[in-house]
Design a binder for this molecule. Structure first.
Ligand code: CTP
Ligand code: MG
Length: 225
């Protein structure tokens, strides 16, 4: 048994403040998207990789990804991450497990991938997350409203892994309801289906703002990438 991964790469990277899509920026002479796709190319349980891309970047991405044997398709994304993923989900062949992973998150560990795949096979929905390190407060107009109980708070990452049928149902229902979530699990949660958490690691960062590139370089150095 194997899984399919959907990697949305059709964003603009506005918070990175670069003049191009952040996933095309280079780390150690390779585009970020190259490092991210490598994680799955090297995972024996993954047999197909599909990406969402911006129309105007299809050619550049195809060139970057030409050496990867598991890349089966690039689909034009939408105006929101959720729409980009749904566009891809509608085109992939039915399979048992689908993972969704951000192109901007190049450091997911092999161990996390294995645990997510096992979790999706056993319980149909499993996502990577780490416990929150900081105290989190609800703030209105720069005045603290209240403090949350940190022991219950988890910082959610990708990959998020699901049984294919469950993810399809979750995306279709969200579309019917006009619901826009900030991650894939939230669409599954609204169906009332339990989603389990795999304890990931703090290295699995999403490259969002410019300083994340410094952290990325340090992680690459530590891993010898
Ligand atoms: N993404 C996508 N389609 C969109 C928006 C985002 O495929 N319409 C992808 C991004 O390319 C990224 C992932 O979803 O790999 C996570 O989104 P985020 O980190 O927010 O990236 P961007 O939307 O590109 O960045 P920003 O929000 O700062 O503009
Ligand atoms: Mg975004």
């Amino acid at each position: 048994m194997m899984y399919t991964v959907i990697i949305p790469a059709a964003g603009q990277g506005k918070r990175m403040g670069s003049d191009k899509n952040k996933v095309l920026l280079e780390l150690n002479q390779r585009p970020i998207i190259f490092h991210t796709v490598s994680r799955f190319e090297q995972d024996a349980s993954c047999n197909a990789i599909y990406l969402a891309a911006r129309q105007e970047e299809l050619t550049e991405l195809t060139t970057i990804l030409q050496g990867f044997t598991k890349v089966k398709g690039l689909v034009v994304g939408g105006s929101e991450r959720q729409y980009s993923i749904h566009n891809v989900l509608k085109t992939i062949p039915p399979c048992e497990v689908v993972m969704v992973h951000d192109a901007a998150r190049p450091f997911v560990s092999h161990e996390t991938l294995t645990q997510l795949y096992d979790g999706a096979l056993a319980r149909k929905a499993a996502i990577a997350a780490v416990q929150v390190k900081d105290t989190i407060k609800v703030v209105n107009d720069l005045i603290i409203d209240h403090t949350l109980d940190r022991t219950t708070l988890w910082q959610v990452q990708t990959p998020q892994a699901f049984a294919y049928d469950l993810l399809m149902e979750a995306y279709s229902q969200a579309e019917r309801d006009g619901f826009l979530g900030t991650d894939d699990a939230s669409l599954v949660e609204r169906l009332g289906h339990p989603v389990s958490v795999v304890v990931s690691d703090y290295d699995n960062i999403k490259l969002t703002t410019p300083e994340d590139l410094y952290f990325a370089e340090a992680i690459m150095k530590k891993r010898g990438i």
